[in-house]
Design a protein around this ligand. Structure first.
Ligand code: HSE
Length: 433
């Protein structure tokens, strides 16, 4: 043991908070040996009282600000979530000279530039490995292992709940609501799962990854965002019959004109590695100028996996409490903003599902509109009508087209007599650019 004990205050005692306490207790000896000192939770901030929770010898405060003000605490761990109390708590902890570890992607994506700058001025560290992809050490990889590379792309499955839901729906035919309830029970989903479903959680994570990858400030408004809520079981099935899987992806790419940043459902050819990353697993692919492509796969949510990343940050601080964490790989003042490429300008191949009357001429009208927009069709399948229905689903795959052009064509198609005004439009990513 090189120096004295590192005293930790943990605020937030939900799934990840309790898992963090369990790891620090259960792995105490090996952690002390690896950190060069012991780590002890001396103060817990719990806004709600849980009679079944065991906090050991730690002091317990209902007012979490008491933890930030506690002169004994060296590192404050924020596991409350959200951008309200957590923001004030972290600012107070930094002002009190404490290091901070957080799993809060919303807070880092929205206020990270300010919080990191405050930490830099105060000479303390702020670390947030657990904020992206749960147990996968993706932040450390980008910030440290990739430091000699120019990163041109970071892309992958970065919401465990969403991936769990899509996997269960497509492989077992389960209902969306039923799988979501299970994801909540397993501790994968956010307290309010809206963010998991509508793409906000993945967008927050992508903002953090893009900042680390491209050296840009955290830009909360940059990503285009679409969730998994509009995906129907029929789309999952049609995609499968054509040799694709539907995954919710976050993609950030460096282009000559700026950065492309988007989260949305995507068809991926079954032969690609990301297509078979199922359940709560996340996978992040990084393309580096020197190393080539790396893919990291692991549990993206869940108490123990996320707490593993929280504890890794604690150990890093305990090892070198006086060093700067360079939270985004470079001092905040050295980050350089770049333009975001509008989503409408980004070309891809597309999956389109339409519903149309089963009558002569409709198909030819559809193909004419696509041709008029210079959109070339790769395949077109008219599905059999449901029993007693005279409307038929039409599923087509296109070659490359910009989103703005695709939307224009789709609107014209839906305005046709005989075509229903509902449709699905999903990007196809072959990852072979
Ligand atoms: N709700 C998040 C997810 C937890 O499902 O990915 C990890 O950030």
């Amino acid at each position: 043991m090189s120096t004295g004990m590192m005293k930790i205050g943990v605020c937030g005692v939900g799934t990840v908070g309790m898992a963090t306490l369990n790891i620090l207790r259960g792995q105490a000896d090996s952690i002390a040996s690896r950190a060069g000192r012991s780590l002890s939770v001396t103060h817990v901030g719990a806004r709600t009282q849980y009679s079944e929770h065991d906090y050991g010898a730690a002091r317990v405060s209902q007012d979490v600000m008491d933890v930030a003000r506690d002169p004994e605490v060296d590192i404050l761990v924020e596991l409350i979530g959200g951008t309200g109390v957590a923001f004030d708590l972290i600012k107070l902890a930094i002002a009190e000279g404490k290091h901070v570890v957080t799993a809060n992607k919303a807070l880092i994506a929205e206020h990270g530039n300010e919080l990191i700058a405050l930490a830099e001025s105060a000479g303390v560290q702020i670390r947030f490995e657990a904020s992206v992809a749960g147990g996968i050490p993706i932040i450390k990889t980008l910030r440290e292992a990739m430091a000699a590379n120019q990163v041109s792309e970071v892309a992958g499955i970065i919401n465990g709940t969403g991936n769990f839901i899509l996997t269960e729906m497509s492989t077992k035919g389960r209902e969306f609501e039923d799988v979501l309830a299970e994801a909540q029970a397993l501790g994968y989903a956010e307290v309010d799962p809206t963010f998991d479903i509508d793409g906000t959680d993945a967008a927050h994570k992508l903002v953090i990854l893009a900042s680390l990858a491209f050296g840009i400030p955290l830009s909360i408004d940059a990503p285009f965002k679409q969730g998994i809520n509009a995906i129907t079981p029929a789309d999952l099935e049609y995609a499968a019959t054509m040799g694709y899987r539907v995954k919710h992806l976050g993609i950030a790419r460096q282009r000559a004109e700026g950065i492309e940043m988007r989260v949305h459902p995507t068809l991926i050819p079954e032969s690609k590695q990301l297509a078979s990353v199922d359940g709560v697993l996340n996978a992040v692919m990084i393309a580096g100028s020197e190393v080539g492509e790396l893919v990291l796969i692991g549990p993206g949510a869940g108490g123990a996996a996320t707490a593993s990343s929280v504890c890794a940050d604690l150990i890093d601080i305990a090892r070198q409490p006086r060093s700067s964490s360079l939270a985004l790989g470079t001092p905040v003042a050295s980050l350089v903003a770049q333009p975001t490429i509008p989503n409408g300008e980004i070309a891809s191949e597309w999956y389109v599902r339409l519903t149309a009357a089963d009558q002569p001429g409709v198909m030819s009208d559809i193909t004419h509109i696509l041709a008029a927009h210079d959109i070339s069709i790769e395949s077109l399948v008219q599905q059999p009508p449901a029993a007693g229905e005279d409307q038929v689903p039409i599923v087509l795959l296109t070659h490359l087209a910009r989103e703005a052009v695709m939307n224009e064509a789709l609107q014209e198609i839906m305005d046709l007599e005989g075509v229903q005004p509902d449709s699905a439009l999903i990007r196809v990513e072959g990852f072979d650019h």
